[in-house]
Write a protein that binds this ligand. Structure first.
Ligand SMILES: Nc1ncnc2c1ncn2[C@@H]1O[C@H](COP(=O)(O)OP(=O)(O)OP(=O)(O)O)[C@@H](O)[C@H]1O
Length: 312
């Protein structure tokens, strides 16, 4: 197996205010993956990214980028990292070309017009190279932010909430762009609180809550391992309420009383389905269909964030 491109060990951060933003995070990111860091507001996502990018100093722990410690070998580590921050920060009067090529210079990289041209073409910005930033649409500005972050050819790109406040179409556009970046060899770490984004994009997902990584794994595997299933029973006749005889299973009534939903853990020794169905038969409740469905990443996220489960 290859070496991680990013290795975070025991990372802690206590802000001057006493706020403990990270409480010992361990995380390895492998080259070529798209990793989504999910978490509610204030979970510590931006703090983590800011430490990797050298904007915030860690209180404890280590960060290495392709083997370079980001404290002792900051320049070597930082050059490998690109950051697209949440806020759009560009000079309104600059052209797209100047904005992107200036950014490359900031990293001490020699001028390379061909490289800048490549990046602008990849992000469909070439036709806009002479436009001033203020003349661009919001979506274009976001692309320029990505082009800026790519201008020094980083191996690892951080996107902090890339689609916050962005409409659905533009969001899909961003996702497409991220996939292209990965296809071109860039490792991508994105933070998001849109579950759909993680579900759609990521190979692996980490869930952070109150400064701790409470779940980490392959997206599909995480959904399989942690997800519950729901059994839906479509009834012949609607019910006004759930019969008290079914209370021990705690089913929920949906769809105008026509559907009983029972959530169960498919990995548990006993799912409870047998007992529930037998009880339904003794009550003479007729049904015309049974189906099960896997809970989504969203269900898992919600239960993790509300602390219903222990760390995976
Ligand atoms: N400069 C700072 N000084 C003091 N506390 C801070 C500072 N920056 C962040 N915090 C606190 O640290 C915690 C983590 O914040 P952080 O911005 O990392 O979360 P986040 O997961 O990125 O949230 P969001 O999704 O809202 O951006 C929060 O409680 C926040 O209030």
């Amino acid at each position: 197996m290859s070496e991680p491109i990013l290795s975070i060990k025991g990372l802690t951060k206590v802000y001057g205010s006493g706020q403990e933003a990270l409480k010992g995070v361990d995380l390895d990111i492998m080259p070529g993956e798209i990793f989504a860091l999910l978490g509610p507001n204030g979970a510590g996502k931006t703090t983590l990214i800011s430490i990797v990018c050298g904007i915030v100093t860690a209180s404890g722990g280590t960060v290495t980028v392709a083997g370079h410690d980001n404290r002792t070998h900051f320049r070597a580590a930082r050059t490998l990292v690109g950051l697209v921050p949440q806020e759009l920060t560009t000079d309104a009067f600059e052209t797209v070309w100047a904005t992107v090529s200036f950014s490359r210079g900031l990293f001490g990289k020699p001028r390379d017009d061909k490289k800048i041209e490549d990046i602008l073409r990849r992000l469909s910005l070439w036709d806009k190279r002479k436009a001033k930033m203020m003349e661009l649409s919001g979506g274009m500005k976001r692309r320029v932010m990505i082009a800026k972050a790519l201008s020094h050819e980083p191996a690892l790109l951080f996107l902090d909430e890339p689609t916050a406040g962005v409409d659905v179409e533009l969001r899909r556009d961003m996702w497409e762009m991220v996939r292209k970046l990965r296809a071109d060899g860039t490792t991508v770490v994105l933070t998001t609180h849109y579950i759909e984004e993680a579900e759609e994009m990521a190979d692996r997902v980490g869930v952070i809550r109150q400064g701790e990584l409470v779940a980490l794994g392959d997206k599909a595997e995480l959904m399989q391992r942690m997800g519950k299933k729901t059994l839906k029973i479509a009834l012949d006749e609607p019910l006004a309420t759930v019969p008290p005889e079914l209370d021990e299973w705690g089913p929920v009534l949906e769809d105008d009383g026509y559907t009983l939903c029972y959530r169960f853990d498919s990995h548990a020794e006993t799912t409870g389905i047998g007992g529930l169905m037998r009880r339904i038969d003794t009550l003479n409740l007729g049904y015309k269909d049974l189906s099960t469905q896997q809970s989504s990443l969203e269900d898992i996220f919600v239960s993790l964030v509300h602390g219903e489960r222990d760390a995976a």
